[in-house]
Design a protein around this ligand. Structure first.
Ligand SMILES: Cc1cc2nc3c(=O)[nH]c(=O)nc-3n(C[C@H](O)[C@H](O)[C@H](O)COP(=O)(O)OP(=O)(O)OC[C@H]3O[C@@H](n4cnc5c(N)ncnc54)[C@H](O)[C@@H]3O)c2cc1C
Length: 503
């Protein structure tokens, strides 16, 4: 069959990026987004002269988006202003130690040595050198190609020595223990597990590529807010003739014996299409949208990623020692992962607090600051976990987070003009993320990458792009999933390579 019509279910970044790549490949594409706006988790909130990114606040690997826009014939740097964040992040440890991690990789070991001493810089340099090698093994070969099972992984690895280097049985915590003698340096390494929504005690050590990527390719901000990236992508799609429909909720992906036939919206409207790209969460796709036994059998369940409790703080006045990104660590980091991933999930009592306070005049009135505060949290699970809609719970926890901030040297309670709270339940409601998981599935456990739903579903013509599918969550990765899907579908006018593993 010849493919020309493609329907994309969901206007998150993975869906928009898929639409862009497929339109560039000559397909006629329609994006259906159930909310009033596209962007999904890349949300924004404007009020009283303050603008907040409600989702991502750190852009890594901007080259992935530069390549995406270039594939559509546009130069991303003509459309948005991507600026380096330096220092990339300022950390404060429970013993009062401060560490500012520079934007430039070469300067990072020196910063660690100055903060921790005892050879911490050299140890970090060695760890990152190995991470660079791992990035060579997994960056292009695994993240930018389909992954349908262990056989693919073996094929992508160039030999048994590569697999031994990846060592999926080793954890990030384990590698930290072996390679870093300072407990604060280990804590720093552990934190990168949360970039994939995971627990460092269960995250495969190969994910030490995360700090490598941040330090090698830098930490970036988009002037006016990261949301501008999503807005630029939507504008690009419209210019390319893609139909972007908001307020359009898909109720079912319709299939027949030969595969996908199209979609049905909640208002009963039907769109026929031989190719459907699902950007909605994979569990929603397989459990709710498909009535297809093949698909349900194939859904491999992974542990969901952690969720987040977000505060948007409109503050009068300015902080004497401002920093774009800041992390304030607790004394006991493990207690946080126990609370989130343990058998009795509960809000973290003494959480790590991450805050983003961009020095960007487009985001706040003069003499004020717009703080995005994020605390890792258990998912919204009213049946067997934490019910974030319980009256009073969110307000009480917001007070607690402000108290923790104050106890760690950043008391902004007197400067507060207003605050808004976003719980995991809010994220679930607004973006359809089950339980409010930030990154779709976690990378907990040696088989997590293999269990994550593949980009080619078992239903011919149905593909998955987005954080809950391979290669995972985060802005660069969901754009990579879109690239994989576009490769699987192929250019318009070509016979579609339909079906599982159809490459
Ligand atoms: C608080 C927070 C902080 C984060 N921080 C960072 C960060 O600093 N850096 C980073 O890189 N990443 C970060 N992320 C992760 C990043 O935002 C996500 O991985 C990425 O945006 C997800 O994109 P996606 O393609 O999976 O789509 P999503 O954003 O999940 O969007 C899916 C879309 O599908 C729509 N949809 C669902 N069901 C239907 C249906 N039936 N019909 C029609 N539409 C439907 C939804 O409304 C939604 O718009 C953060 C996320 C959050 C929430």
């Amino acid at each position: 069959m010849r493919v020309s019509e493609v329907v994309v279910v969901g206007g998150g970044m993975g869906g928009l990026a898929s639409a862009a790549r497929l339109a560039a490949a000559g397909h006629r594409v329609t994006v259906l987004e159930r909310s009033a706006d596209c962007g999904g988790k890349l949300g924004t909130r404007t009020r009283d002269g303050f603008t907040f990114d409600t989702g991502p606040s750190l852009l890594t690997l901007p080259s992935v988006y530069r390549e995406l826009f270039a594939a559509t014939g546009a130069d991303l740097d003509d459309l948005v202003d991507i600026v380096p964040v330096d220092p990339a992040c300022r950390y404060r440890f429970a013993d009062g130690t401060e560490l500012a991690v520079p934007h430039e990789r070469a300067a990072v070991p020196e910063a660690l040595e100055a903060a921790f001493g005892g050879g911490a810089g050299e140890e970090w340099r060695g760890l990152m050198r190995d991470a660079e090698r791992l990035w060579g093994l997994v960056g292009e070969p695994v993240l930018r190609r389909p992954l349908n099972g262990p056989r693919d992984l073996l094929r992508h690895a160039r030999g048994i020595r590569d697999l031994a280097a990846i060592a999926p049985w080793r954890t990030l915590r384990g590698i930290g223990r072996r390679r870093l003698s300072d407990p604060r340096a280990r804590m720093l390494l552990d934190r990168y597990a949360t970039y994939t929504g995971s627990d460092p005690r269960r995250l495969p050590a190969v994910l030490s590529v995360v700090p490598f990527v941040e330090q090698e390719f830098g930490a970036w901000h988009v002037r006016g807010g990261l949301r501008r990236l999503g807005d630029a992508l939507v504008a690009r799609l419209v210019a390319m003739g893609v139909e972007v429909r908001t307020g359009a909720e898909v109720a079912a992906i319709e299939t027949g014996p030969a595969g996908v036939r199209g979609v049905r919206l909640t208002d009963g409207e039907r769109l026929a299409a031989p190719v459907v790209v699902a950007n909605a969460d994979a569990t929603h796709v397989y459990d709710d949208l498909l009535d297809d036994a093949r698909a349900r059998r194939a859904l491999r369940r992974t542990q969901p990623s952690l969720a987040g409790f977000v505060l948007l703080l409109a503050l009068r006045g300015t902080t004497p020692d401002p920093s774009h990104h800041r992390v304030l660590f607790p004394a006991d980091y493990d207690a946080e992962f126990d609370a989130i991933f343990g058998p009795a999930p509960r809000p973290v009592d003494d959480p790590t607090v991450y805050l983003c306070a961009p020095d960007d005049p487009q985001l706040h009135p003069p003499g004020c600051e717009a703080w995005f505060v994020l605390v890792n949290a258990p998912r919204h699970d009213p049946v067997s976990g934490v019910d974030w809609t319980t009256p009073g719970r969110a307000e009480r926890y917001a007070d607690r987070v402000l108290d923790v901030l104050a106890a760690r040297g950043l008391d902004v309670r007197e400067r507060l003009l207003w605050r808004e709270i976003r719980t995991p339940a809010d994220l679930e409601r607004d973006t359809g993320a089950p339980g409010g998981s930030i990154y779709g599935s976690s990378s907990n456990g040696p088989r997590a990458a293999l269990l994550r739903p593949a980009n080619a579903s078992p239903v011919p013509g149905l593909y998955l792009a987005g954080g809950s599918a391979h290669p995972g969550g985060g802005l660069p990765l969901v754009a990579m999933s879109a690239e994989i899907v576009a490769g699987l579908v192929g250019p318009a006018g070509q016979p579609a390579r339909r079906g599982p593993g159809g490459r």
